[in-house]
Ligand binder design. Structure first.
Ligand code: PNS
Length: 160
């Protein structure tokens, strides 16, 4: 199970998902959408962008949407044994550890951390959006499709 918000998917996310797909027979990417939070992309768009970023050669990954539910319940429903998360560094670890411990407390669900590829250490969805919003070049941080869709959205925001 590779859970997240993916608003939008970055090359760092795609790397962790692709690596998980080489370790495990079957991988579910769960977009855990919080309807109370206004994201930049809708859950369906996030799904499309993840599938596009993974490409046709990754065949054992499926992408599913969940709203208003605990990750442990999604894992129970799908019979997923392990959560896989990428860690860019100590800050990620500090953010992820309480969630991993809480998930284990709730149902015994284990989390496996993969070291993030250092090439992608500086990349996060929120920083990508901030750079794009102020006119910076986000090429290579996300797929070209994500870049173009993000710029189209931000252009729309600027006109409002
Ligand atoms: O990409 P993100 O935003 O860091 O992902 C966080 C996410 C969505 C995996 C986390 O907030 C989550 O698991 N949400 C579902 C609700 C839940 O189970 N909350 C308790 C976590 S211990």
């Amino acid at each position: 199970m590779c859970p997240g918000s993916f608003d939008p998917v970055t090359v760092g996310h795609a790397d962790v998902i692709a690596r998980a797909s080489r370790i495990y027979d079957e991988v579910v990417v769960a977009i855990l959408h919080n309807p109370a939070k206004t994201g930049t992309f809708t859950a369906d768009q996030r799904r499309e962008l993840i599938l596009d970023a993974l490409g046709a050669e990754v065949t054992n990954v499926r992408v599913e949407l969940f709203a208003n539910t605990l990750l442990v319940d999604v894992c129970r429903e799908l019979d997923a044994d392990v959560v896989v998360k990428g860690l860019r560094g100590g800050t990620d670890f500090a953010y992820e550890l309480p969630m991993a411990l809480m998930n284990r407390h709730l149902t015994g669900l284990e989390t496996v951390f993969l070291p993030g590829d250092p090439r992608f250490e500086h990349i996060s969805s929120s920083l990508v959006k901030e750079v794009a919003r102020f006119g910076g070049d986000i090429t290579g941080l996300v797929t070209d499709r994500v870049r173009d869709e993000l710029l189209a959205r931000i252009g729309g925001e600027a006109q409002r």
